[in-house]
Write a protein that binds this ligand. Structure first.
Ligand code: 2M8
Length: 454
């Protein structure tokens, strides 16, 4: 057992203190034009972290929030792909680092500088843009004008990103995004990927490299049991190798990479972000609103087609056509995409608050665990296999609000703020003890705190 005191004995911050400390954390992790995801464990910019960070920064300065997105979009590939990592120069503490990805060397579509990874992450950036514009509405005129101009300037890149996803990651127009790596889902070692990872078998001559993550977490006092296992990590590394051999070309990757899943959660987020961006286009008189609404409709339909009679959604293994049903938080994707009929929406919300999920009587905070405690795959400390993740709580609160489920949204918001009152801003939390786990301070955790308080 860890020596960390339980939430019951740890000091609790007031809401004002949470906000002040969260802003302080973001300032500490600020490297000028980007905010590192977490100083020791993730000393670079991550794509979906950057979107959440921008939402939090928007509560402090919409200008600084936009800088975050500009930095990320500045690393966009010629195809429109927004890479999952933008590497900060001179920082060698993370593996796989730039030399292992070798994107600029093997793929003509990748920028030479900055160095990036060759994967994607969930496309929540449009949600951030919408929220920055909303925050700008309440800002002084000069700040508002600046925000509007900068959103206009980044618009072609945002559209190119959505086009890339719709065209290259869903060429068969199922309304579901293809991913080639669990890392692309953002929920790296989720039980969602256990079955497909069985088919990922590194070549016998493949030599796995040193796991920098365990070293960094160890320095923070965290245990290896909080991270994905070694057996999984070898597969993660092997998939990077397969993608590099495919020169990060989507058509080649589709044929050669041994992991090809339709990710229901990313698809729901893509539908939602497309819808949000369409409202930005309308408001600012920008092109593409109809196209974006088209993506929102197509991907919403794709998500809902995977849902069972309680509205619970599933991923699809595109190599076999098999629908993979797991008891993970991704099942709530329809609350993010919207579009469920009222009966199934009610049923899904009831599932969410039931004892199998947020309402487990032993939980320190009634928040969504990454995996249901009733699943045999549940592990309360291991990464995306059980712990509660603040950005995931944020997404569900946001989705519930958009779906008109205000009461449940409010209850989750209160619980989330209660969890964050420990002031640690941890990467994830033990659902039963409330103990902070993983990296700390984690930027997106601080960012969602700021947004929840706004
Ligand atoms: C985690 O993923 C990275 C790989 O992308 C890692 O474990 O090294 C995930 O939690 C991911 O969702 C997150 O964006 C990233 C940085 O916070 O860390």
């Amino acid at each position: 057992m860890s020596a960390t005191p339980s939430t019951r004995t740890r000091a609790r911050l007031t809401r004002t203190q949470i906000a002040a400390r969260a802003a302080y954390v973001l300032a500490g992790n600020d490297r000028g034009r980007l905010t590192v995801a977490a100083p020791q464990l993730y000393p670079h910019m991550w794509s979906w972290d950057a979107a959440f960070i921008a939402m939090g920064l928007a509560r402090v300065s919409t200008g600084r929030a936009l800088t975050e997105l500009e930095t990320l979009l500045g690393a966009q590939w010629r195809t429109g792909m927004v890479p999952h990592i933008v590497f900060t120069e001179g920082e060698t503490g993370y593996e796989p680092g730039p030399h292992r990805w070798a994107c600029g060397r093997v793929c003509p579509d990748a920028p030479r500088r900055p160095a990036t990874s060759g994967l994607i992450q969930p496309p929540v950036h449009g949600v951030a843009v919408r929220r920055i514009l909303d925050a700008a509405h309440g800002a002084p005129a000069a700040e508002r004008r600046d925000a509007t101009e900068r959103i206009r300037a980044m618009w072609p890149r945002l559209l190119a990103w959505h086009r890339y996803l719709a065209e290259r990651r869903d060429p068969e127009r199922r309304g579901l995004l293809t991913i080639y790596h669990g890392w692309e889902s953002g929920l790296d070692d989720s039980p969602r990927w256990d079955a497909p990872y069985k088919n990922v078998v590194p070549a016998p001559e493949f030599v796995p490299f040193r796991r920098a993550d365990l070293h960094a977490l160890g320095a923070l006092g965290g245990a290896a049991a909080q991270r994905p296992s070694d057996a999984e990590y070898v597969k993660y590394q092997w998939l990077v190798e397969e993608l590099r051999r495919a020169r990060y070309d989507d058509a080649t990757a589709r044929r050669t990479v041994s992991f090809r899943m339709a990710d229901v959660l990313s698809s729901a987020l893509f539908a939602a972000a497309s819808e949000e961006l369409a409202t930005v286009a309308d408001e600012l008189g920008l092109s593409g609103a109809e196209e974006l609404i088209g993506y929102a409709d197509r991907f919403r339909r794709g998500v809902l087609e995977t849902a069972d009679d309680r509205g619970f959604a599933a991923d699809v293994d595109l190599r076999t056509g098999e629908v993979i049903r797991t008891q993970t938080v991704a099942g709530f994707a329809p609350l993010l995409s919207g579009g469920l009929d009222p009966d199934r929406r009610r049923a899904l919300v009831e599932t969410l608050v039931s004892a199998d999920w947020c309402g487990h009587p032993g939980f320190a905070h009634a928040l969504p665990p990454s995996t249901s405690p009733s699943s045999s795959a549940f592990d309360p400390v291991r990464y995306w296999r059980g712990p509660q993740w603040p950005p995931m709580s944020w997404l569900l609160i946001w989705g519930l609000e958009r779906s008109g489920e205000q009461e449940t949204a409010l209850a989750l918001r209160e619980a989330a703020l209660d969890q964050l009152a420990d002031g640690v801003f941890a990467e994830y939390y033990h659902p039963f003890t409330g103990e902070p786990l993983g990296a700390r301070p984690q930027s997106w955790t601080a960012a969602v705190a700021l947004d929840l308080l706004a």
